[in-house]
Structure formats: structure tokens, C-alpha cells
Design a protein around this ligand. Sequence first.
Ligand SMILES: NC(=O)C1=CN([C@@H]2O[C@H](COP(=O)(O)OP(=O)(O)OC[C@H]3O[C@@H](n4cnc5c(N)ncnc54)[C@H](OP(=O)(O)O)[C@@H]3O)[C@@H](O)[C@H]2O)C=CC1
Ligand SMILES: O=C(O)CCCC(=O)O
Length: 487
Amino acid sequence: MLELKRPDLLRTQSYINGQWVDADNGATVEVRNPSTGDVVATVASLSEVETRRAIECAEEAMKAWQKASCKERAKVLRTWYDLIMANQEDLAKILTAEQGKPLAESMGEIAYGASYMEWFAEEAKRIDGDVIPAPSNDKRIVIIKQPVGVVASITPWNFPNAMITRKVAPAIAAGCTVVGKPATETPLSALALCVLAEEAGVPAGVMNMVVGSSSRAIGGEMTSNPIVKKVTFTGSTPVGKVLMEQCAGTVKKTSMELGGNAPFIVFDDADLDAAVAGAVASKYRNAGQTCVCSNRMLVQEGIYDAFVEKLAAAVAEFNVGDGFGDGVTMGPLVNAKAVNDVDAMVQDAVDKGATLAAGGQRSDLGDCYYEPTILTQVSQDMRVFSEEIFGPVAPIFKFSTEEEAIAMANDTEFGLAAYFYTRDVGRVWRVGEGLEYGIVGINEGIISNEMAPFGGVKESGSGREGSKYGMDDYLELKYMCMGGIDK
Ligand SMILES: NC(=O)C1=CN([C@@H]2O[C@H](COP(=O)(O)OP(=O)(O)OC[C@H]3O[C@@H](n4cnc5c(N)ncnc54)[C@H](OP(=O)(O)O)[C@@H]3O)[C@@H](O)[C@H]2O)C=CC1
Ligand SMILES: O=C(O)CCCC(=O)O
């Protein structure tokens, strides 16, 4: 049983137009703690009819919300930020219970998620227009920015809080209204955010959250309903492609934060200890379940053995266990299917000749645990080179030259995050510019924060979240041609 200071944050109904609602047909779905398999809550499971209702309410609410002054919108978001931080511990407990990550990581995610509220509260006041020269003196070209309209947001289970705030905060700051759908595994964090939205003064219908296990039905409604003007999604590339196709029918705007296959390159001249610390942070955060987790370690031949040895020593210090356990540094994967998927990739590598320098099997802690793993003697024909692992497995590839490292790094359809470690300033520029990625960590393993633009190129998606650029995805430019100026 979850002990919360505010038990009312744990909700089992969806939130539509300021009301807590059940499914029309009474359907429910269980939320389980991956650490223990225990049922944390049984939540209402809605579908397309209720989604359509939520979208219609969001359209109605948009009439007033888009006219709220930027200071009013900023104040609501700032209050929401304050409330999230005031309830950080309860929200973190809810997150760990449904997702499994260690409580300290959940505390970090809540603060990270809240930072988008704070940031976009500030940015709400900076939705500047523009006046630009016209081709003749009798005209002026005036640009204004207006909210794009009703936004549908579909988010994954790996960051049940922050992936929502990163979308909802700029949308609401811009004057849009939102209908959200969290992952079926992790609806509780999403619903808790709605409790605090209401307390912060977010008007009814501006923020709606539809929970349901029929993601195709809910997503189908969101992508086909002409009221929805924008779909923002974080999740797998295959699902992102389906949503983009579905959105084509009504020509919706889309933002897609999709899969990654991040290279983590260590050159011979790198600070080895810093590189190992960065590798641990970027690889094993959230048990390897983030789209910016380093997927392939590429290590230059002169430093290879020393890097493997130090990384293996660091991994041996991990304390794997229940996210609520004292001193636990790595929790379970999200479900047993994820463990099977990760294990199949490790087996594929071992069958093709890889050597295990650490881990390499399911843990006896429970169905959802996998040992932190390091693979050496790996080659490019193995699945771990080309596919997103989404688990605590580090394959360490060897390279000789800078050109080879860049070519290996770019040899993927993905282009979200990349990392490299070197002390050569010329190489910093050459490699930084040569990597075909939206985000590059240079001598740094942790690249996400609310002030930086997060997003990918190639099949990792489109659009940017966070930073001064993150608002653009929720705004339309309108050009007004002012004539009759010269007498
Ligand atoms: N870029 C990232 O951050 C993420 C990448 N992934 C990658 O995807 C793999 C599979 O994870 P998975 O959870 O299945 O990711 P999905 O892409 O399937 O799920 C992400 C979100 O999309 C929803 N969804 C799934 N199918 C549809 C659909 N047809 N229409 C509308 N919404 C849909 C899910 O809902 P529901 O939960 O109800 O099915 C969830 O809310 C991972 O192993 C990882 O490689 C996964 C999560 C995040
Ligand atoms: O995996 C994701 O989709 C989110 C990445 C977490 C982060 O913001 O760093």
C-alpha cells in the first residue's frame, strides 16, 4: 500500500472537462508495480467515444483560454510548478510504484518534469511577433503568433511525468488546450498531474487526460478528429510512423520524439574516468530505458581494454532491486516482455560471438529484472548495433580512426542523441559537426534539461521540446499584409 501525504493524488478515473470520469462501459485496467508484480491500482479504461467527448470539451475551452492574457497563462503554469514541487515526494512514490525506477530517480524526474512548467511559464510572456520589411513602401509585413489549436498528446511509460509536462506546458503557455493519453502501464502519474492542474487554476477542459488500454482506438480518434490540430507523441518509431500516416488525412501538425540508437564514442585522448562516469549515467539511467540512452559504445583501440575494465568495475557496484529499496541504483524493466526483448538481443550477440564482460541474463530478483550487462567482441551484424536496446546492456565496439568512428556512429536510420569524449579541440568541432544527430553530448553524458532543445533527425522524429524553440511547435505564424500606408 502506497503511503502518501496526500492520498487524493492517487486517482483511478480519467479527467475530462474538469470532471473525474469512468469509462462509459465500466471497463477497467490494472496498473502493476514491475518491482513486485503487485497491483497498485485499478483504473478506468476509456476508449474512442470518451476521447471524442474530451476533444469536444477541449475545443470549447479553447475559446476562452486562447484569450487569457499571457500573464494569466504564466501564473497558472507557475502555480502548477509550485504545486508539483510541493508534492514532489508523493508524486515520486506514485511514479516508482507504477514504473519501477529507484525513488531517487523518480524525485529527479518530478523536478525535471516541473522545470518545463517553470520554463514555459516564463516563455509564455515572450511569444513575440515581428514586423519585417515589405517589397514596397505602401505595405508593412506584420507577423503574429497564435495557438495552433486543440493538441492531442500521446506519451510513453519511461518518463510518466516529464514527457507529459514537456508537451503540456508549452501547449498551455501558447493558449492551446490538451487531450492527453498516457501509457497504459503508467497512468497514475498523469492523473496526479491533473489533480494539481485543477488546484493551480487550469480551467476545466484546458487539460484533459484519457486513460485506456485501447491505444489504437484512442489514437485513432485523436489522429482523425478534425478538431485536433496537432498531435505530439513520444514513443517508438513504428508507432510514430502510424500516427503520422493517420494524421495525414486531416493534415495535422505533428511533433515526433521517436526511438534512438545513440553512439557513445571514446577517443584515445579522452579523460577515461570522466568517460566511464558519463557512460554509466547515459547508459544505465532508468535501467537503459530512455531514447537518449547510449546504445552503442564505440571505443578507440588504444583505450579499449582500460575502458572495458573500468566500466565493468563501475557496473559491479550497482545495487539492483525494488525501486523503493534503500540505496537501490537500478530498478526493474517496465514489464516481462521488455526483459524478453532485451534478453533476445543479448542472446543474438552471444550467438554471433560476443563475450560477456558483465551480466548477460535475467536476474533472480523477479520477472522484470535484467542484470546490468556489458558485451565485448561485438560486430556490426549483431542486433545491438542496429536496434534500440531499451535495457541495461552496453555493447562495446572497437574502432581505429576518427573517420571510422563517425561512419559507424552515423550508420543507422536513427538520429536522436550522440555522445563523444575527447580532449582535442579540433576534433570536438569535426566530430560535433559530423554526427547526424539532433543532440550531441561532448564530454558529457547527461544532456537533457528544460532550457535546451530536445529532438532528433532522420527516423528519430521531428520537432523540438523545451528551450525557447519548444514553443514554436504549438504556434502558428500568421502574416498580415498591411497596405495603404503611403499617401
Ligand atoms: N522514444 C521513447 O522515448 C520511447 C521509445 N520506446 C521504444 O519502443 C519500444 C516499445 O515500447 P512501447 O511501450 O511498446 O512503445 P509505444 O510506442 O508502443 O508506446 C508509446 C505510447 O504510444 C501509445 N500507443 C501505442 N500504439 C499506439 C497506437 N496505435 N495509436 C496510438 N497510441 C499508441 C502507447 O499506449 P499504450 O501504452 O496504451 O499501448 C503509449 O502511450 C521500446 O522498447 C523502445 O524501444 C518506448 C517508449 C518510449
Ligand atoms: O526517452 C525519452 O523519450 C525521454 C528522454 C528523457 C530525457 O528527457 O532525457
